[in-house]
Design a protein around this ligand. Structure first.
Ligand code: HAM
Length: 404
């Protein structure tokens, strides 16, 4: 038997229904917020992720599904959706439209060669949204509000964590400050942190090692060193969340694992799914369009990890729908097809191809959750009738085949 690769899995039956419910719910809400669908390739040039997600990130450094294709191109299975959407935005020259605003949603598989564990897969699915052209922090608020709507509709509880990562004005002096602090603690910090002091010191703030965490309590906080503009934007975001009644925690060490963020960064976490608790993450990335050769365009977005919320989703009650159709003798089976064809114009129809006794047909109808069981037997053929049972009400009747 050939099994799926480690860290990858099939979604069938119950899980696939959950998947469809999550995606359709998220799409309906994204549309209400003015988003339209975008589809980008799963395979992209490796350079795209190096430049956007960042050389120093774990994703690019350790986790890429990267290979050289038959045309000697260095390619990569997308580890996330934002880079591809930004590339598509620039490829379509949408960045050249003066002050135009574009909002895209997408969903699909992402690939990260991580150590598989509960909630951490090598192939997983995201539902994401990216909004281009709106620099106001009101868009950050609206993005967060939309995720809240999606989780509420799916019946999922969460904690929202927010932070500001500053901008090109306030981040560089802060980084210097942080490096001086980290330099004095090199001996007590873990190996990873020591490496990051050189490559990306901000990521040190995100270290999960208990000893590092205790040292970092004393570290300088960017939130206290934001420039005037970043500071007033962050205050406005909190004010808008407060007035909308959306609860949040300010986590000054929330830095995210991808390098493209500035200003607002956020994560939605759940306490019900174990160590891999982030169910959605995102933020502002005002410089990424430029990094990918487009005209300066502010942008903000997020992605929800579909597998992470799969068990948390409250599924709507299953309701019986449509018809199950069967015959009690072989000769009548073919009569079912034209009847099924016309019924399918409006209803879900399942046809049983083998002739069976009534009891077996009723069981079959129950199994496919049909509302009606419609059967043709010898008597019905003789009288030109079809027998129908409403499985919700338990009522039976015979109707002329022409009226079915
Ligand atoms: P991210 O935080 O790397 O952000 O991923 C978003 C979500 O994907 C996470 O919160 C988590 O639920 C899920 N996820 C990540 N890795 C795995 C994994 N190995 N297995 C299962 N689920 C996983 C991004 O990807 C950004 N592109 C989000 C964004 C969009 N920022 C701006 N726009």
């Amino acid at each position: 038997m050939i099994n799926p690769l480690k860290g990858m899995k099939d979604l069938t039956f119950e899980e696939s229904q959950r998947f469809v419910h999550i995606v359709t719910t998220a799409i309906a809400i994204a549309k209400r917020y003015g988003y339209s669908y975008i589809e980008t390739p799963i395979l992209e040039q490796t350079a795209l992720f190096r430049r956007s997600v960042g050389e120093s990130s774990d994703i690019v450094g350790k986790e890429m599904y990267q290979f050289v294709d038959k045309g000697s191109n260095d390619v990569c299975m997308r580890p996330e959706g934002t880079a591809g959407v930004v590339r598509a935005f620039v490829s379509a020259k949408l960045d050249r439209q003066q002050s135009a605003k574009y909002k895209f949603y997408y969903y699909g598989p992402m690939f990260r060669y991580e150590r598989p564990q509960k909630g951490r897969l090598r192939e997983f699915h995201q539902f994401g949204c990216e909004s281009f052209g709106e620099g106001s922090v009101c868009e950050d608020f609206t993005t967060i509000e939309m995720i809240g709507d999606i989780f509420r509709e799916l019946g999922i509880g969460y904690t929202l964590q927010i932070n500001s990562l500053g901008c090109q004005e306030c981040m560089p002096p802060y980084r210097e400050n942080l490096v001086s602090f980290l330099d004095t603690h090199r001996e007590d910090l873990c190996e990873d942190c020591n490496r990051r002091i050189e490559s990306n010191p901000i990521r040190v703030l995100d270290c999960k090692n208990e000893k590092c965490k205790s040292i970092l309590i004393e570290s300088p906080k960017l939130i206290k060193n934001l420039c005037e503009n970043c500071s007033s934007d962050f205050a406005k975001l909190k004010e808008l969340l407060d007035s909308a009644g959306i609860g949040y925690e300010v986590d000054t060490n929330l830095v995210r694992g991808l390098d493209y963020y500035n200003k607002t960064a956020f994560e939605f976490v759940s306490s019900e799914i174990g160590a891999q608790s982030a169910i959605a993450g995102g933020g502002r990335y005002d410089k990424l369009v430029e990094y990918l050769d487009g005209k300066p365009t502010p942008a903000v977005g997020f992605a929800i990890g579909i597998e992470r919320i799969m068990e948390l989703v409250q599924m709507p009650e299953v309701i019986r729908e449509g018809y199950y159709m069967g015959a009690m003798d072989e000769e009548s089976v073919d009569m079912l097809f034209p009847l099924a064809s016309s019924k399918r114009a409006t209803d879900k129809v399942t046809v049983e191809y083998s002739a069976k006794k009534l009891k077996a047909h009723l069981k079959g109808a129950d199994k496919v959750n049909a509302k009606y069981c419609a059967i043709i037997g010898e008597d019905e053929v003789r009288d030109g009738l079809i027998w129908i049972k409403d499985l919700d009400l338990g009522e039976e009747k015979r109707v002329p085949i022409g009226d079915f």
